[in-house]
Design a protein around this ligand. Structure first.
Ligand SMILES: C[S@@+](CC[C@H](N)C(=O)[O-])C[C@H]1O[C@@H](n2cnc3c(N)ncnc32)[C@H](O)[C@@H]1O
Length: 256
């Protein structure tokens, strides 16, 4: 807990809203959870890395690879991408010092703190308006784009923010969540290079005996693109949050 507090105070972010809206706090909590859950998260990270390498094989040229939702970088095959591509651009709202240290080992890997929705400044002010993201669409050197465990996360903090800070109803929050997911899908489809989407498809909460207690749709009722490959990720193993429940997500890979 003290370590996490220190991390929070000592982390620098180029986007003030990442701290103000709670993304930095979330990134620190996720890093701590990843350490505690190494065993159950390791297989998921490996599957993500394999999926990215498969996507890389599909890219006709290997000038620039652009990865959205890079976060901790643990689910990215950094060494291989760095060797294969001229430029590796890793995008997230916030990068912790551990990710910065990993990326520094490679000359052609760049970390970019950027809001992929291009809407958070507006949403932070309580306006329920989702922009059409444009960044990098005119970069003709981008041969591969990966959206990495990001799309279903896009609504979570913004919707909670507007509901807590402004008089926004559940229905309005729900519409905002759907718009953020749809806008990201359309954004990905607008790229000319190969596009790979890695995202959870379903969440299942179970009790200690394995009996299913609840299933939920992380896509806010939006139809996800067809997955060509899937695996299970025990995001919350038994004992992580409490002794009685666990959560396993089905993660899928699509090519757009
Ligand atoms: C589930 S995490 C996955 C991160 C990384 N792939 C990993 O496993 O460590 C989702 C990531 O999306 C990032 N994120 C959420 N909203 C974002 C936004 N609007 N723009 C850029 N990144 C965002 C978060 O900061 C977080 O790192």
């Amino acid at each position: 807990m003290l370590k996490e507090l220190w991390q929070y105070v000592s982390s620098s972010t180029s986007l003030p809203l990442a701290k103000e809206m709670g993304f930095l706090k979330e990134a620190i909590a996720m890093e701590a959870r990843a350490k505690r859950c190494q065993q159950s998260w390791g297989g998921h990270y490996q599957s993500c890395q394999k999926a990215i390498l498969t996507a890389s094989q599909r890219a006709v040229q290997k000038r620039t690879v652009l990865i959205f939702g890079a976060g901790s970088l643990h689910d990215i095959p950094l060494g291989i991408l760095s060797a294969q591509f001229e430029r590796v651009l890793l995008v997230d709202l916030v990068f912790l010092n551990s990710a910065k240290a990993l990326a520094e080992q490679f000359d052609n890997i760049e970390l970019i703190e950027h809001d992929v929705t291009e809407s958070l400044v507006t949403i932070q002010n309580g306006q329920l308006f989702v922009e059409r993201p444009m960044a990098w669409l005119d970069d003709t050197t981008i041969d591969l784009v990966v959206s990495l465990n990001l799309i279903t996360q896009l609504p979570l903090i913004p919707v909670r923010w507007v509901m807590e800070h402004f008089e926004v109803s559940e229905i309005e929050g729900d519409i905002l969540g759907k718009q953020l997911i749809l806008a990201h899908l359309l954004y990905l489809k607008a790229f000319k290079g190969e596009v790979c989407l890695i995202a959870d498809r379903e969440g299942v909460e179970s009790d200690a005996t394995g009996k299913v207690l609840d299933c939920f749709d992380p896509w806010w009722d939006i139809e996800p693109p067809k997955a060509v490959n899937e695996w299970f990720w025990t995001l919350i193993p038994l004992g992580e949050v409490d002794k009685h429940t666990s959560q396993t997500n089905c993660v899928g890979v699509s090519f757009l």
